[in-house]
Design a binder for this molecule. Structure first.
Ligand code: NDP
Length: 315
């Protein structure tokens, strides 16, 4: 059996491009873990991903039952598991009111963080069982926008988990639905969820790397300014943002290039340093990036872990 990678949200954007890059290489079988089966299948065909190199499996991260059902379905397939890529995300910058997952969590935190938190925890034993010689990786896609030590991360509203009192009270209806317990802001909810993604990767590294040999990593693939992530943004933003990224910040990358970067973090034997947050520059190629003060806060990572475990029913 070829090594297998599960990629969440592989029906568009970065996840789809990474699925294509890995499948085309001929070494990997890609499980496209997607909420919309026919969209994912159509996308794989459109990109001519070789038929026997991928399987679409249903996963809706906005429902914890679906996460558990996905894990059962994956196990029933009898495939080995070498790598998990937590890539799917929603971004609701224009939302005036919070929306909620099936379990009643604010949608960005619930999908981007809590769904992936449960999925990664459930699949760790499967990755641990991968055959000798497997690279064994868990990759959680981060973002510069959740990183306040960068220029882009300083554009308001800035990410901040605060005292996490909102998360501790469940992010449900009747609350502000924000992790910090302050007023609802859809753009900030996304950025906060990305901070959670990066904190989770670092906490997983601390808890499990030595014990399991699994490599945990995060990355910022560059600004892929035209993906579906911006689907709910104002149309003027959708026109101007790619131009701004191409000509002003020069941070723009195509979906194809970003997909190759993510595929590299999954499959390059040299990128095996656990706990790393990878970025790329035109001059240096890939490099280990610094995380923000909040993301480097180990005590916060532990607290996030403990609260998240309770919310998803692991503790
Ligand atoms: P896209 O919107 O193109 O892709 C997001 C994917 O997530 C889609 O496949 C979408 O499925 C899926 N998804 C959303 N909700 C769920 C759910 N409940 N269950 C399962 N899948 C779901 O955006 P990108 O490719 O840009 O985003 C991918 C990752 O890259 C995200 O983690 C994002 O934070 C990160 N990122 C993106 C950057 C950018 O500039 N675009 C920059 C830095 C990081 P569907 O097709 O059904 O909607």
């Amino acid at each position: 059996q070829n090594p297998t990678v599960v990629i969440t949200g592989a029906s568009s954007g970065l996840g789809l491009a990474a699925a294509k890059a890995l499948a085309d290489g001929g070494q990997w079988h890609v499980i496209m873990a997607c909420r919309d089966f026919s969209k994912a299948e159509a996308a794989a065909r459109r990109l001519s991903i070789p038929k026997d190199s991928y399987t679409v499996m249903h996963l809706d991260l906005a429902a914890l039952d679906s996460v558990r059902a996905f894990v059962d379905m994956f196990r029933a397939s009898g495939r080995r598991l070498d790598a998990l890529v937590c890539n799917a995300a929603v971004y609701l910058p224009t939302a005036k009111q919070p929306r909620f997952t099936a379990d009643g969590f604010e949608l960005s935190a619930g999908t981007n963080h809590l769904g992936h938190f449960l999925l990664a925890n459930l699949l760790l034993p499967d990755i641990q069982k991968a055959p000798e010689g497997s690279l064994k990786r868990v990759i959680i896609v981060g973002s510069i926008t959740g990183n306040t030590n960068t220029l882009a991360g300083n554009i308001p509203p800035k990410a901040s988990l605060g005292d996490m009192s909102g998360l501790a009270s469940g992010l449900g209806e009747g609350t502000t639905a924000m992790i910090d317990g302050l007023d609802f802001d859809g753009a900030k909810a996304y950025k906060d969820s990305k901070v959670c993604n990066m904190l989770t990767m670092r906490e997983m590294h601390r808890r499990f790397h030595d014990k399991t040999g699994i490599t945990f990593a995060s990355l910022y693939p560059g600004c892929i300014a035209e993906t579906g992530l911006f689907r709910e943004h104002y149309s003027l933003f959708k026109t101007l943002f790619p131009l701004f990224q191409k000509h002003v910040t020069k941070g723009y990358v195509s979906e194809e290039q970003a997909g190759q970067r993510l595929a590299q973090v999954v499959s390059d034997p040299a990128m095996d340093k656990s706990g790393t947050y990878w970025s790329w520059s035109n001059e240096k190629g890939s490099f280990e990036n610094q995380v923000s003060e909040e993301v480097s806060d180990g005590a916060k990572g532990q607290r996030l872990w403990e609260v998240s475990e309770k919310l998803v029913g692991l503790a």
